[in-house]
Ligand binder design. Structure first.
Ligand code: AMP
Ligand code: ZN
Length: 113
């Protein structure tokens, strides 16, 4: 989708530190990390938010969690733990309107609300 920063990353129109890629999913380092490990796992299909997921996307979401599991091991956070975050909409502070899954770890994470 035009004017979507994550679509531009997916299409290699802007650079990013990609750590995983297959035909449906990409993962790259967050440009403004809030934890020692901060990676974004993103479906290549442009889906704006959790509220735009369709029945047909169920398998894709399952695959995203398989990638998250694999990356957690590669990033070395699987034993100490990590957080997976998907912000949806204004109150959650979603800034990029292309659904994504933050992997946060590498330190004790505070619960901020
Ligand atoms: P959210 O607030 O949940 O929508 O998260 C969007 C995330 O995308 C933020 O953590 C940003 O730091 C990150 N971000 C924005 N632009 C880029 C970029 N060009 N490369 C990597 N991460 C980005
Ligand atoms: Zn997009």
């Amino acid at each position: 989708m035009e004017d979507c920063i994550f679509c531009k990353i997916i299409n290699k129109q802007i650079p990013s530190e990609i750590i995983y890629e297959d035909d449906e999913i990409i993962a790259f380092k967050d440009i403004q990390p809030v934890a020692p490990v901060h990676v974004l796992v993103v479906p290549k299909k442009h889906i704006s938010s959790v509220m735009d997921l369709k029945e047909e996307d169920k398998a894709l979401i399952g695959k995203i969690y398989s990638v998250i599991q694999k990356l957690a091991v590669e990033l070395g956070v699987e034993k100490e733990g990590f957080r997976v975050v998907t912000n949806c909409g204004e109150n959650a502070g979603q800034t990029v309107k292309h659904i994504h899954f933050h992997i946060l770890g590498g330190k004790k994470l505070a619960l901020t609300m």
